[in-house]
Design a protein around this ligand. Structure first.
Ligand SMILES: [Zn+2]
Ligand SMILES: [Zn+2]
Ligand SMILES: [Zn+2]
Length: 145
């Protein structure tokens, strides 16, 4: 069973319950993929999951990640590294305002800084916000030592 690395209101559920609650039929493939990713507190790529689940084929993993994204279990994020990355949704209410990310320019890891609020920007008249991504570039706590 999965426990999230950080405090999370979704911790109490088994993977089966959690997927079902979010409209995803809990097939064995999806449960395996979910168990592999649900403890992650950094953004990950398809290859990261593939390397962890070596018995599973790439397209099954990809389809699961797509499905989880469609059902708001994951966010697709663009951290500027040119690779499609995913991270766990930890939204309390508005799924279109993602949490803050920190991308380390040394090790290339993207951390989910879920405890930090995204500053809200007042937009000019006529501009409508759909998605808010906030990525900070810098050197992480491991690389700055
Ligand atoms: Zn979300
Ligand atoms: Zn780093
Ligand atoms: Zn994240």
């Amino acid at each position: 069973m999965c426990t999230f690395a950080i405090e999370n209101h979704k911790t109490m559920n088994t993977p089966e319950e959690y997927l079902t609650q979010h409209g995803v039929k809990p097939t064995s493939v999806r449960i395996l993929v979910w168990k592999e990713i649900c403890h992650r507190n950094k953004a990950f790529t398809l290859s990261d999951v593939e390397n962890a689940l070596t018995d599973m084929d790439r397209s099954s993993i990809f389809r699961s990640l797509r499905l989880f994204t469609e059902h708001h279990l994951l966010h697709e994020i663009d951290d500027g590294t040119g690779m499609q990355k995913y991270c766990l949704c930890r939204c309390e209410d508005n799924h279109h305002v993602n949490h803050v990310h920190f991308t380390c320019t040394e090790c290339g890891q993207t951390y989910c800084l879920t405890d930090y609020a995204i500053p809200i920007v007042e937009l000019p008249e006529g501009f409508i916000s759909k998605n808010i991504e906030y990525v900070i570039k810098g050197i992480c706590h491991k690389c700055s030592k």
